[in-house]
Ligand binder design. Sequence first.
Ligand code: C5P
Length: 353
Amino acid sequence: LQAPSRRWQLSVQRLSLSLLVLQNSVLVMVMHHSRNAPTNSQPRYLASTAVLLVEVIKLLASLALATHDTCRSHPSASLSAVAIHLYHSVFARDSWKLIVPAALYTLQNSLVYTAISNLDAVTFQVTYQLKILTTVLFSILLLGRSITLRQWLALILLTLGVALVQVSGTLTSDDWLERLSSLIRGGTLPTSSAFKGLMAVVAASLTSGLTCVYFEKLVKDSMGSVSLWTRNVQLSFFSLFPALFIGVLWQDGAAIARNGFFAGYNPVVWLTIGLQALGGLIVAVCITYADNVAKNFAASLSIVVSYAATAIIFRTPLTLHATGGAAVVLLAMYLFNGRPAPRMVLLPVNQDG
Ligand code: C5P
């Protein structure tokens, strides 16, 4: 496979990070709504079925993109030759390496559903920012990256800035602290539910950091020989097994037999599934053309963007907290990169240009 030019890489990098900001801005709200809106006595849809469908959609999309890549690099090949080529690259000898990230991502995707079903959107989004720190830690441990004191400071500022924007969205910080401590003490929500949600989001953050870093290493180590979309076909293919056998059949088999696979599905659920599948594909591009830290910065920036959009659309006044929080997030990006544009990239080593 031909290595793409540096300029093309930078364009893909910027586009994918911007798309991730947009996708993230709407996903959490839509997903929260899909889990928590009243269902008119219908059973709520099962998260395991959504996790499986997201993987099926990503598998089909990645397969289409991998086919497109193969046709482009072998323009005179027949359709059957392309199919054979794809089969051999997907089931290549090193494809087993995707089994671990596939299992971990499936677990993470289920944990996110558990978290979002048991916590309010604010608490979920703030706590899920923990993945910024876990990603950096695993990048240091597994990729041997180093991080300067200034960048550590930037990460702490980023976490604080996001928390500030978030808490001012619906609550004041005093309300929020009170709410969090009462959550931990089991006040506003039943203890088991809140505790379950918090544990789920902490576990999802850990899984996110570990899995993204592992996937980044895998893709960048084999860049030039295995395409990103082939890797994604492998990832989704291996994800189908835990999603189907552990999630759908083992965990929810009885409920599905009783109410059907699509019980509780409505347009919002389908929108959640579509947005998640799209998000997975965008994340794959961000990890490859930028890196995981950049991906998480984009996710944090989306919190600022969704807050600003809400303020503009619903004409809610901007609070001091939120504006200060947004400024802190931008300052963190500046400190991390040395300049404000999203330049927090570590391009793969074997590139031209
Ligand atoms: O929150 P985080 O950024 O870790 O979420 C990553 C999401 O992207 C997961 O839902 C995962 O399934 C998806 N993903 C993907 N393909 C990749 C990497 C991640 O679908 N190559």
